[in-house]
Structures are given as C-alpha cells and as structure tokens.
Design a protein around this ligand. Structure first.
Ligand SMILES: [Zn+2]
Length: 458
C-alpha cells in the first residue's frame, strides 16, 4: 500500500523532536509468539497450512456480488497432529459484523466453522478429522462476496469492482491481528491458486496469475486463471480498457485502466511498472512469473495496493513503482504485515527511492514524533498514531535503507538483499532475518546503526 500522498505535509505539521535513544523496554505487543511462527514457517506452525486453492465464483451483472465455492487443500507440516485453521475474512474488515456480512462462508465440508470473531474477520474451523503430520486434507465451503460501494482495495466505484483480500485465506498461526484500513494486517503462505470466474462477456477480469482458458456461453464467459506459488489472489471486474507490453526480461504486462484514465497515461504507468520489474530482477533476483497485471484507477484514498502479480495504482509513477516493488518485498518474501510493516513497506519504498530519487527529507531523518514511534513498531502502534505511519514506515524506513547502503556500500547492499531474497523466496521472513542478512556481508557492527533507527525488536 502507498500512503505517501501527504508525507510532505505531515512532516511539516507533525511535531518534530530531536532523535533520542529508544526506550530499552519497548516491544510491539504480542510480537514474540507471533515472530516465532513468522520467522520459521517451515518449522512448526500451530495450524495446518494451505498448499492449493480451487475457487469457482459466478458474478452478478455488475461484479458487485460473487457466489460460489472455495476449496482449500491443507497440509500439516508437522511435527504434531493439527485440528483446526483460522480462516481470515478480510473483506469484512471495514464494515465489521453487519447484519449482512460483505464476505460469508457456509456449507462447510471437511470442517466445522465457529462464529466469526475479530470483527468478523476470522472464523475458526475445526477439521472434521485431526490431520496427522505431513498429511493433507480437503476443506471446502460456499462463499458469497458482496463488494461494498467504497473507493478501496476491496470496494467498487461506478462500474468497477476491486476484489483485494476478498478471497478467504487461512491465517499462518493462532495469532489474529485486527484489520487496519491504513496499512495492512495480512500474512499468508505461498500456495497454488486455480480460480474460475464466470462473468458477463463485456466485463474484464484482470487478476493475479495467468488466464489458461476462456469459455464463452451466450453472453457470459468463464475465465480460468492459474496462479502457482503466490500468497494471495486478487482481481478486479469492470469495463476496463487495456494496453499490453513486455519487459526486457520477458514478463508480459497487462495494464488495465478505468474511464478516467487516458491511454497515454496508462502507457506511461506501464513503462514505470516495466522499469521496476527490470530493476528488481537485476538488483534482487528474478520475478519468477510470466505476467504482471496493473489496474489503474482514481484510488485517491489509498494511492495503490499490492497483490501477487497484480497491483492497484493511481495513474502516477510513485504508487506504480512502489506497488510493483512489493512484488519482491511482500509477494516473494512474505512478512507479518501487522507486526513488522517495515519489512515490506520500508523496503518497497527504498526500492522506489532508488528508481525515483532520494527524497530531501532523508538528509535530516529520522523524525521521531513521540517515544513510541519506531521503525520496528507494528500496526498496533501506527493504527493509533496514523499520522506517524507514512513519515515513519515509508519516510524514515526508506531513508534508513538508503543510509545503510552508504554505510556498507552499494555492492554489499545488493548482495545482502539478493541473499535475503534467495533464502526467503516464497517464504515468510522476520526482522532478525533481514537485519542478519546485512550483518552477514559487512565487518561493520550494525548494532549502533539499528539502535539509532529504533529497529531492534525480534
Ligand atoms: Zn506499500
């Protein structure tokens, strides 16, 4: 996500206090138990994990409602027997437990659902039979998605519907952060998605993954989409126009835009996406998918949002580059976006600054607006200090990486990030993993550096 639109204004308005030593005892709430699961997802997460999704959904005439079934193949990575998962219904995050939920699940097979919890964003599903270590089980349920009228990553504006975080996905563990509107609470493991969308023939459905077939039946089409090795699946629906292209690295670009965007602007955004994909592949490691879909619209409220192989962006270079940079930091290397937003956001903004230029405020960063403000603070802090979120996680966070690059040198910076990607690709990394990746390439003791940037939490 991008929330930089008002960063300059915030830096002027927010009280700027001199940098001081971080309080020794500060830790993001409940970070310790969660970090253990996040930093070793292949170890022993306490709940079963998805390895494959098979989803079949049929839309109404406008894309505002989708009905169908979702099937999840779950695997128990061991060592113990597992008996449940938590299904996250993030689409209910904004409206909460209304009488008609935006996302409802019912008619379960393979498990018994509890009552929705955490603002109706989480349903505990007890598996019909305990799942032994290293075995798989099928869970399926009926799914109804009602896209609320709202300019948001999950919302619709006019004839266009945006279905980000609409598809229920299992939580990684038993830790269930609440939904946050500014920023993210999401965390999921990499799996393979096969999604069939039955929709009016006049409606385009840009999505994560690659279209494998389109079957016409009268005035409707079933679009089958395969998305192997991604941690989420998002799509949009509406009368989008599109331009296509290809990066120099061979990635097919499909760029979709709403009626308020001109073809020339769409082509410009597509070239911003292309240069980001080319830069990321050259600096960090391959973008290992054949396609990248960009949906351009008037997303003034949130500027843009990242999903695997798929981004929503305003028609401007900054959000387009930032969201595309998330293909490495969030999509390929996952993280707990609620506990450790800096891992993906600060790195994505650092990549953006590398492409678009170092902002002037980095010369005097960091800006600490209160004692609790830290690079390593979670969304539990930033959701209640939202004015500090963009200056802290995007502004200070990116400046921190730019200063680190100056400290250890550009070659070692590149080596560390390449190693971090190679070792955590398709996985989930924690803060210590990233900090250790930098320490491993330099003789400079980085401890004082991290302390100065208030970035020491596990
Ligand atoms: Zn972002």
């Amino acid at each position: 996500m991008t929330v930089l639109h008002s960063l300059s204004a915030l830096l002027l308005l927010a009280p700027i206090t001199p940098a001081s030593s971080p309080p020794e005892t500060f830790r993001p709430a409940a970070a310790s138990s969660h970090a253990a699961a996040a930093s070793s997802p292949a170890g022993a997460p306490p709940v079963a994990q998805p390895v494959a999704y098979d989803v079949q959904l049929t839309s109404d005439a406008t894309g505002a409602r989708w009905d169908g079934r979702e099937r999840i193949v779950l695997r128990n990575p061991g060592p113990g027997t597992m008996d449940h998962i938590w299904l996250r219904l993030w689409g209910n995050g904004v409206d909460g437990c209304t009488s008609t939920l935006d996302v409802t699940v019912s008619s379960f097979r393979g498990g018994i659902p509890g009552t929705p919890e955490v603002g109706c964003t989480a349903v505990r599903v007890t598996l019909s039979k305990p799942l032994p270590a290293r075995r798989t089980a099928d869970l399926s349920f009926a799914l109804t998605i009602r896209v609320p009228e709202r300019a948001d990553r999950f919302g619709r504006v006019g004839a266009y519907a945006f279905l980000g975080n609409a598809l229920p996905v299992p939580a990684i563990g038993d830790d269930l952060p609440p939904y946050v509107s500014g920023g993210e609470s999401f965390q999921s493991v990499t799996a393979s998605f096969l999604v069939s969308l039955n929709h009016p023939a006049a409606m385009a459905v840009p999505a994560t993954g690659t279209v494998v077939s389109e079957t016409r039946h009268h005035d409707r089409v079933t679009t089958r989409i395969a998305a192997p090795l991604v941690r989420d699946f998002a799509w949009a629906a509406g009368p989008f126009a599109s331009v296509t292209g290809r990066t120099s690295t061979g990635v097919r670009l499909r760029t979709w835009y709403t009626g308020e965007v001109t073809p020339e602007t769409a082509t410009g955004v597509q070239s911003d996406v292309a240069r980001t994909l080319e830069y990321g592949a050259r600096e960090y490691g391959a973008y290992p998918y054949p396609e990248m879909d960009t949906v351009i619209g008037g997303f003034e409220g949130f500027q843009g949002m990242e999903y695997p192989n798929f981004v929503l962006t305003e028609p401007a270079a900054l959000p387009a580059v930032h969201e595309t940079a998330h293909q490495w930091w969030y999509a390929l290397v996952g993280n707990d976006e609620y506990r450790n937003p800096w891992l993906d956001e600060s790195l994505a903004q650092y990549t953006t600054d590398k492409l678009l230029g170092t902002p002037d405020y980095c010369a005097t960063a960091p800006f600490w607006f209160d004692d609790g403000m830290r690079i390593d603070a979670g969304m539990d802090y930033y959701a209640t200090h939202y004015d500090f979120y963009a200056p802290g996680i995007y502004g200070d966070g990116a400046c921190m990486f730019l200063e680190l690059e100056t400290l250890i040198g550009a070659d070692k910076m590149r080596t560390a990030l390449r190693n971090y990607l190679a070792r955590n690709r398709f996985g989930v990394a924690g803060p210590a993993t990233l900090r250790n990746a930098f320490q491993a390439v330099t003789m400079v003791d980085l401890t004082p550096f991290w302390e100065r940037w208030r970035n020491t939490a596990a």
